[in-house]
Write a protein that binds this ligand. Structure first.
Ligand code: GTR
Length: 425
């Protein structure tokens, strides 16, 4: 009698990774407001349409971030370790412990490298990491996280706590030395310090800490989810950088890879202090169009098919668009357009069909009308570039050869673009 049970879970359709099989789709226009009027100037975008677009992203994808301005007045940061002899003497390493809602709440560890050759406050790339700050660099002085860590991303003990063995395991994804050599600082925080990445992880993170019912909270549709908590964490990291003299907080790029690229886009959308917004292989729920059915779909990522996906990343309504992407009142270009008129960079990898490279490019293409209404050229092209060629004006794009990852070639393009939009002086 097990047989009928198999039909209870929705059957997952085959993944489309052949361009000729992509069904036709139409995209909504981010410049047509909820009353059906076309936005024609920057003032209308800033004052009325931008808040509508932000709300569409909240309501349908990531949920609403609570207003924590009162709570964060109690923020405290302490330097727990620093050395001017880091990375072969080229950088100053600073490890901050930050209690963003005061010492009665949880803390996060921020690792910061700033270039010793800098003549003044340095521009910085800020991003969350997957497995702990100690994984991002070969540097024995970096502290291990004290929060829950997945075995997928770092060496752990039997209770999901990081061990020494994980040091430097993700260093190829960070390229601290290369950035320092070009005059940029690098700041990173373990995403799990804000919320460990598993369905019940929120109980150990800031969503519980900020909710009146704590770990007993029952999340409703429209409430924030894990990606929202990570994006909030990026803003709290920027708060800490703003208070730190070696950093020019007006030149901070927010960057993330994959799930953390979705978080980076959402942070950049909500917090306009970020000078430059970077999405590396962010795919579904990030830069890739959802109505274009290719690679990962809304159904897969949002948990519509049993045993698949990451429903805890999104607000509940997102999953209702599984196999109904045509009914989404927005698409990824709305999320990307919330970066405008600031510089934005979207990057793909040639073997990363799961994240839909062309869908990521088209997300950027369709954000262009918003850039243009704000007086910026945006990406300025609709032509898909060849592999390894970086294109674009206010919005950059490249497709790197190889797999789903963030590598030196990606960072080189981001730093080249930053040289133009937030240069190290
Ligand atoms: C995958 C997920 C992607 C992407 C990736 C990652 O399993 O389907 O959307 O977020 O994880 O973060 O590495």
């Amino acid at each position: 009698m097990l047989f009928p049970l198999l039909f209870l879970a929705a059957a997952m359709p085959a993944t489309i990774d052949d361009e000729s099989k992509v069904p036709p789709y139409t995209l909504p226009d981010p410049l047509v407001d909820n009353a059906g009027q076309k936005v024609v100037d920057a003032k209308q975008w800033r004052e009325s349409r931008r808040p509508e677009v932000l709300k569409l992203v909240e309501d349908n994808i990531f949920g609403r971030t609570p207003d924590t301005r009162e709570r964060t007045k109690a923020a405290v940061s302490e330097v727990v370790e620093t050395s001017t002899a880091a990375l072969g003497g080229k950088a100053t390493r600073t490890q901050l412990k930050v209690w963003p809602i005061g010492k009665s709440g949880p803390a996060f560890d921020l690792l910061l490298y700033t270039p010793n050759a800098a003549k003044g406050p340095a521009p910085v790339f800020l991003g969350l990491n997957f497995g702990g700050n100690h994984t991002t660099v070969e540097d024995p002085a970096v502290r291990l996280p004290s929060t829950w860590v997945s075995k997928q991303w770092a060496a752990i003990d039997g209770s999901n706590r990081a061990t020494e063995k994980g040091r430097g395991g993700q260093a190829s994804r960070w390229q601290a030395e290369a950035l320092i050599a070009r005059g940029y600082g690098l700041a990173t925080v373990y995403c799990g310090d804000f919320e460990p990445d598993f369905p019940e992880g929120w109980k150990q993170g800031f969503r519980a800490a900020l909710s009146p019912a704590g770990a007993n909270t029952v999340w409703k549709d429209g409430d924030w989810a894990c990606i929202g908590a990570w994006a909030w964490g990026l803003s709290r990291s920027l708060d800490a950088l703003e208070r730190f003299p070696a950093v020019d907080a007006k030149r901070v790029a927010v960057i993330g890879h994959s799930r953390l690229g979705k978080a980076s886009l959402w942070a950049g959308a909500q917090d306009q202090r970020f000078a430059f917004v970077i999405s590396n292989n962010s795919g579904c729920g990030g830069a890739a169009l959802n109505k274009r059915i290719f690679g990962e779909t809304v159904g897969v990522i949002s948990g519509h098919y049993q045993g698949r996906g990451f429903p805890h990343w999104f607000t509940a309504r997102f999953a209702t668009f599984a196999e109904k992407e045509d009914q989404l009142p927005l698409d990824a270009h709305y999320l990307l357009a919330l970066a405008a008129p600031r510089p934005l960079y979207v990057a793909s990898a040639s073997e990363d069909s799961w994240a839909d490279p062309l869908g990521e490019f088209l997300g950027a293409v369709h954000a262009d009308p918003v850039y243009q209404v704000l007086g910026e050229p945006g990406l300025g092209t609709k032509e898909y570039p060849s592999v390894s060629k970086s294109v674009g004006k206010t919005v950059g794009y490249h497709i790197r050869p190889g797999a789903h990852d963030i590598l030196l070639e990606d960072w080189k393009n981001y730093a080249d673009f930053a040289d133009r939009v937030m240069p190290a002086k």
